[in-house]
Ligand binder design. Sequence first.
Ligand SMILES: [Zn+2]
Length: 80
Amino acid sequence: MTLNDTDELSIFSISNKELADLPEVEGDTVICERCGEQHKIEYGLKKLDNGELVPCKTLGFVSCGDNKYLVSLHGRRITF
Ligand SMILES: [Zn+2]
């Protein structure tokens, strides 16, 4: 996994093999790497062709203080 972080842009890349080797997220909370507390994972919604919005686990974030952090990708635990 590669992270390129500048003042204007943050980009990360991960290969399919790296992603497959990551542990699956268990439950709906994770231990926060910043504060050590447990936070609920927040997922986005996907819009179906009929307009219905359904939960989508492509990206999972936690809120810590005033910030949000990426913690999961396709159900796999991401750490930086
Ligand atoms: Zn936190």
